[in-house]
Design a protein around this ligand. Structure first.
Ligand SMILES: *Cc1c(COP(=O)(O)O)cnc(C)c1O
Length: 376
């Protein structure tokens, strides 16, 4: 059994994907060109944003966003304590200080009340300037977006939506990737909209920010690539990847619908045995991962072994909180993060994709119930 069945997805769209890739090879346009432009336009329309700027990966997308917002020394950047390090990493490279906030117990997303606490704390301490909030649609589940937007307005902070896991997800009838001053995503193969290598994109409705990011991603170009007006970077989506993504984007909504049905089946059959994921109200999750919570770390490890013995893959998303990582040692973080800590010890992702079969799901469900009712 595959954890995420990318092989089956490829076989499903094989003919169309191969033709698209062949077209790029025939035209020998490997960087830039029509495929890139078309893909950016189609994705901007899908998401409901004025501008979509493709780039090398989701981490670059965030770095471009931080650079465009002028993040640097002395700035405080807030983000959830439970996310992939890339959500905050490049803000730190640019000299900002990360301020981690606890998550909500059941949606696993940034806790608005802890965010507000941390903003007030940082302001009172007076050493750093609160500047940007990064909200993450964790595991594809939309953040508590409206509440976080209000907090950003109240304290005059800029907002970035890290939608790396949430393309296809919906909040209040609006697509994830369309919120905040800037939103970003990743096309890493296992994400809800994945390519066949690395890729990413930045979204905004603000023309000035869009122009700045278009310049930053090409070495800070001015009128030309050889007339540079700022220090930037080199970050491009390959043309072949844009071709693959154009095909996959056409089928994304259909896949998101199927994911709802598959998640519903897991929910229904597992809810009496484990904590099933709770989706944010008025939202549709893209279910980048289907993650359960066990009672404690011992139960989680026992379940993983039990599944492993039956050739059922499982993965922990993620095993460590950000605040406890060596990478952030120098910030001397003293706060406690009870919810993200419990989450890191109890979570386990089980096989999931639009291509998982009913038989496979039944096997996973049966094994989990057996393991749980076996006295753990
Ligand atoms: C995957 C991911 C990223 C980074 O994307 P890459 O394309 O791997 O650089 C950033 N944030 C989150 C939440 C992610 O899941």
């Amino acid at each position: 059994m595959e954890f995420i069945n990318l092989k089956k997805q490829y076989i499903t769209f094989q003919k169309e994907i191969n033709e698209k890739i062949q077209k790029v090879l025939d035209e020998a346009q490997f960087i830039g060109g029509e495929e890139i432009q078309q893909f950016e336009e189609k994705l901007a329309e899908y998401i409901g944003r004025k501008y979509c700027i493709s780039c090398g990966n989701g981490t670059d997308a965030l770095e471009l966003a931080f650079m465009a917002l002028g993040v640097g020394d002395g700035d405080a950047v807030f983000c959830p304590d439970m996310t992939f390090i890339a959500s905050i990493e490049s803000a730190c490279t640019l000299g900002a200080t990360p301020i981690f906030c606890d998550i909500e117990k059941r949606t696993f997303n940034l806790s608005p009340s802890d965010l507000e606490n941390k903003i007030v704390q940082v302001s009172k301490a007076g050493k750093l300037t609160p500047k940007v909030v990064v909200m993450v649609d964790f595991l594809g589940n939309p953040a508590d977006i409206e509440v976080i937007q209000k907090i950003c307005e109240k304290y005059n902070l800029l907002l970035i939506e890290d939608a790396a896991q949430a393309i296809g997800a919906v909040y209040n009838g609006q697509k994830c990737g369309s919120f905040g001053d800037i939103s970003t995503t990743s096309f890493f193969p296992s994400k809800p909209l994945g390519c066949y290598g690395d890729g990413g994109a930045v979204f905004t409705d603000n023309q000035e920010i869009a122009e700045c990011i278009k310049s930053l991603k090409v070495h800070g170009k001015g009128k030309s690539k050889y007339d540079n007006i700022r220090i930037g970077m080199n970050s491009r989506l390959d043309t072949i990847q844009a071709a693959v993504l154009q095909v996959k984007l056409k089928y994304l909504n259909n896949e998101i619908e199927i994911r709802q049905e598959k998640a519903e089946k897991y929910n229904k059959e597992l809810m009496n045995y484990v904590d099933i994921p709770q989706i944010t109200i008025n939202s549709v999750s893209s279910y980048a991962q289907y993650v359960l919570l066990l009672k404690d770390v011992k139960n989680r490890n026992k379940l993983q072994n039990y599944l492993n013995e039956r050739n059922i893959p499982s993965l922990v998303y993620y095993p460590k909180t950000l605040h406890s990582m060596k990478a952030f040692e120098k910030y001397k973080i003293e706060d406690n993060y009870p919810n993200s800590t419990v989450y890191s010890q109890c979570n386990v992702g089980i096989p999931f994709s639009a291509y998982i079969t009913e038989m496979e799901q039944n096997k996973v469900i049966k094994s989990i119930i057996e393991c749980i009712t076996d006295g753990i």
